[in-house]
Write a protein that binds this ligand. Structure first.
Ligand code: F6P
Length: 343
C-alpha cells in the first residue's frame, strides 16, 4: 500500500511526531510505502510529492513544525482541485490513501473529498486551541499551555517589581482552553475566554481586589474574547482575511481600559506564534505518535472518512462527520472551577 500524508492549516508542535508514528507503524507492521504532499492540500492539487522513508523520520518526534510544510489551500479550488482531479492524480502516482493531518477546515475538506468523490482518506485532528469536538485533547495543546504558563511565571516577577497589572493574550480564536489551563497553572487573577462574556466593570473589580490584597494583578485573555457590545468595528485591529480576530487585538485594548478605570499601570503582552513554535512536550509527542500509528491502522481497516481521536486514554476511530461543525467549548463547570480561584 502506498500512503500519502499531508499537514494542513496552522502548524502545531507534534505534526512531525504524527508523521514518524505513521511511517514507522506502516513500514514495520505492513511494509507500506509513504509519500508526503508538500504544503498541505496545495501539494495534492499540484501533485507536489516527496518520498518519506523510515530513514527520513529518524529523530523526528522532537522536531517542531512540519517537514512537509503547511498552508490553508482549499483542495476544491485551483486547476488540479476537486475530487475527480485528485483521484486522477492519486491513480497516476499509485497512491492508495491519504492521511490528512489538520483542524476543522482540513477535516471538513477531507470529509467532502470522501463523501463527494470517494477518495480514500483518514483524518488526524490537529489544533493547539483544542477546539475540535470528538477528541478529548489534541496534540500541540499541552505544549502551548506549557509555553503560556512559563510566560505567566515570567510576567509575574516583572509585574511584582513594578506593581503593574499584566494582561497576557494567548491563542484561542473560538474557545478558551489555552487561557483556562495556563491561567490555572500560572495562578492568574482573571481568565477571559470567548465562552464567558465579562464586563469591563467586572474585570476591573477583580483587578482592584488583587491590588487591595497587595498583589500585582495578572489577567490572561484568549484572543477570541470580546467585551459585551464590542465587535470588530470597535477593535483597532479588526478581523483578518480568514475572519479571525487579529493577533494583538484584545489585550492591547484591555490594558489601557484597566489602567484608565483602576489607576493601576497596565501592560499588554501578546504571546502569538511562540505558542506554536519549537519542540513538542513529551505528552504531545506520545499522543501524536499514537494518533499517527492509529491512522495507519484505520487505513488498513479501510475506515475511509474516519478520524482517529483520543477518548480518555484510548485512541479510537470516529466518523469525521462527528468531529467537524461543533466546537469543543470550555464547559461552564470548568470555568466555574477556575473562577473560584480569582478570589
Ligand atoms: O490554529 C489556531 C490558531 O493557532 C489560532 O489560535 C490563531 O488565531 C491562528 O491559528 C493563527 O493563525 P496564522 O498562523 O494563520 O496567523
Amino acid at each position: 500500500m502506498k500512503i500519502g500524508i499531508l499537514t494542513s492549516g496552522g502548524d502545531c508542535p507534534g505534526l512531525n511526531s504524527v508523521i514518524r508514528g505513521a511511517v514507522l507503524k506502516g513500514v514495520i507492521s505492513h511494509e507500506a510505502e509513504f509519500v508526503g504532499f508538500r504544503w498541505g492540500w496545495k501539494g495534492v492539487v499540484e501533485a507536489d510529492i516527496m518520498p518519506i522513508t523510515r530513514h527520513d523520520v529518524r529523530g523526528l518526534a522532537k522536531q517542531g513544525g512540519t517537514i512537509l510544510g503547511s498552508s490553508r489551500t482549499n483542495p476544491f479550488e485551483g486547476e488540479g482541485g476537486g475530487p475527480e482531479n485528485i483521484q486522477r492524480m492519486l491513480d497516476e502516482h499509485g497512491i492508495d490513501a491519504i492521511i490528512a493531518i489538520g483542524g476543522e477546515g482540513t477535516l471538513t475538506a477531507a470529509r467532502r473529498l470522501h463523501d463527494e468523490g470517494g477518495i480514500n482518506v483518514v483524518g488526524v485532528p490537529k489544533t493547539i486551541d483544542n477546539d475540535l469536538a470528538a477528541t478529548d485533547y489534541s496534540f500541540g495543546f499541552d505544549t502551548a499551555v506549557e509555553i503560556a504558563t512559563e510566560a505567566i511565571d515570567r510576567l509575574r516577577t516583572t509585574a511584582d517589581s513594578h506593581g503593574r497589572c499584566m494582561v497576557l493574550e494567548v491563542m484561542g480564536r473560538h474557545v478558551g482552553w489555552i487561557a483556562l489551563h495556563s491561567g490555572m497553572a500560572g495562578g492568574a487573577h482573571a481568565i477571559l475566554i470567548p465562552e464567558q462574556p465579562q464586563s469591563i466593570e467586572q474585570i476591573c473589580e477583580w483587578v482592584e481586589s488583587v491590588r487591595d490584597r497587595g498583589r500585582a494583578p495578572l489577567v490572561v485573555v484568549a484572543e477570541g474574547f470580546t467585551l459585551p457590545g464590542m465587535n470588530e468595528a470597535h477593535s483597532h485591529k479588526g478581523l483578518d482575511a480568514f475572519n479571525r480576530p487579529r493577533l494583538g487585538g484584545i489585550s492591547e485594548q484591555l490594558a489601557p481600559m484597566i489602567e484608565e478605570r483602576t489607576g493601576i499601570e497596565s501592560r499588554a503582552t501578546v504571546l502569538g506564534h511562540i505558542q506554536r513554535g519549537g519542540a513538542p512536550s513529551a505528552y504531545d509527542r506520545v499522543l501524536a505518535t499514537r494518533l499517527g500509528m492509529a491512522a495507519v491502522d484505520a487505513v488498513y481497516d479501510q475506515a475511509w472518512g474516519s478520524m482517529v481521536t483520543l477518548r480518555g486514554t484510548d485512541i479510537r476511530t470516529v466518523s469525521i462527520a462527528d468531529a467537524v461543525g461543533t466546537l469543543n467549548r470550555v464547559p461552564q463547570s470548568r470555568y466555574d472551577e477556575a473562577r473560584i480561584l480569582f478570589g
